[in-house]
Ligand binder design. Structure first.
Ligand code: GH3
Ligand code: MG
Ligand code: MG
Ligand code: MG
Length: 313
């Protein structure tokens, strides 16, 4: 249940991957009994920094599929214990639901088998012998599609921050990590100051630009393991794993200072915008997410009350 309906789980570094070239390390499950080909494909894929697991039989492939949830499956048709088509029938439902592409790589070239595999829902059918250049570019292309899809369901379109749904998942994940391993994390809630005034004076489009500029600055300022989310309209959240409250405060105050110096122009007027923040570090007392959010929210309120453009622990 720690998973979104659609199979997107919080991934450390995912935001960084989405912003750069999509180089999150993907795991590919290779189910094929041709030992030489498997060794060659593994080497080629690892050179592209994919992580490869190998199954030389259907049984082993199924086991790895259920245990590790790979990001992609490369499946042979002629296997020693069952046919690849039988494997496909067993896993296609779950793979579709979790958007794990299945690509057949096979010496079985008959049109009937290919049509049948496509009708069951495979993404591609690559003939053996494998042309390694074509093979690698196709794999890359499929992962790009997958990343676009992942992005579209968890990222806020206007700002590029993760959405509320991803915020909730990240929170659950970090709290359960903390309970298991005592790995700490801090949460910062940030709310733009007098934002209604920006909208009222300059219009909503200008308001939107301010939200974008703010988000760009935050995304530029954080580490790969941090997760930046749009929590509500002009309210944002930043999760900082392995970060105590004092360090989190330094991060937020630096962003705060940089943001308040940014100059915006509209209606021939120059204006500045600031934000207020509240920070909470997880402790044993945070048995549920609501309590943690509540405390960060109270700290945020204290910042507002004290005059805005500041951070409270
Ligand atoms: P405070 O300093 O107390 O936070 O004052 P504020 O004016 O920012 O407070 P409030 O939370 O009441 O106002 C938030 C405003 O943000 C109201 C809403 O119209 C605006 N807003 C929310 N989402 C968006 C958006 O996506 N685009 C724009 N342009 N405005 C938005
Ligand atoms: Mg085979
Ligand atoms: Mg506000
Ligand atoms: Mg608000």
């Amino acid at each position: 249940d720690e998973q979104l309906m659609n199979g997107a789980i919080p991934v450390p570094g995912l935001q960084a991957a989405m912003l750069s070239d999509g180089k999150k390390q993907y795991e590919i499950l290779l189910i094929d009994d041709d030992v030489e080909l498997v060794a060659f494909l593994r080497e080629s894929l690892e050179k592209q920094s994919y992580f490869v697991s190998i199954a030389l039989s259907a049984e082993r492939g199924l086991k790895i599929f259920y245990e590790t949830k790979p990001d992609m499956i490369l499946l042979d048709i002629l296997l020693p214990d069952q046919s690849g088509i039988d494997v496909l029938k067993q896993i296609i439902g779950k793979a579709k639901k979790e958007r794990i592409p299945i690509i057949i790589v096979s010496g079985e070239h008959s049109k009937d088998v290919q049509m049948y595999a496509y009708s069951l829902g495979v993404m591609d059918y690559i003939p053996k012998p494998v042309d390694i250049d074509l093979f690698l570019v196709l794999i890359k292309n499929r992962f790009e599609l997958k990343l676009e899809w992942q992005k579209s369901i968890i990222v806020d379109e206007l700002t590029g921050a993760f959405n509320r749904k991803y915020f909730n998942q990240t929170m659950k994940q970090l709290i359960s990590d903390f309970r298991r391993t005592e790995r700490t994390f801090s949460l910062a809630l940030m709310d733009l100051d007098y934002f209604k005034h920006v909208n009222d004076s300059y219009g909503h489009l200008v308001g939107d630009e301010v939200l974008q500029t703010f988000s760009e600055l935050v995304l530029k300022s954080i580490r790969v393991e941090d997760t930046f989310c749009r929590y509500g309209g002009e309210e944002f959240a930043l999760f900082m794993p392995n970060t105590d409250a004092a360090s989190a405060m330094l991060v937020i105050e630096r962003i705060q200072q940089q943001f308040s110096l940014k100059e915006f122009w509209a209606k021939n007027e120059r204006f500045n915008v600031s934000f207020s923040a509240g920070i909470t570090e997880v402790t044993e007392s945070h048995l549920n997410a609501d309590k943690l959010i509540d405390e960060a929210d109270q700290a945020l309120y204290a910042s507002k009350h004290a005059g805005r453009n500041q951070t409270t622990l």
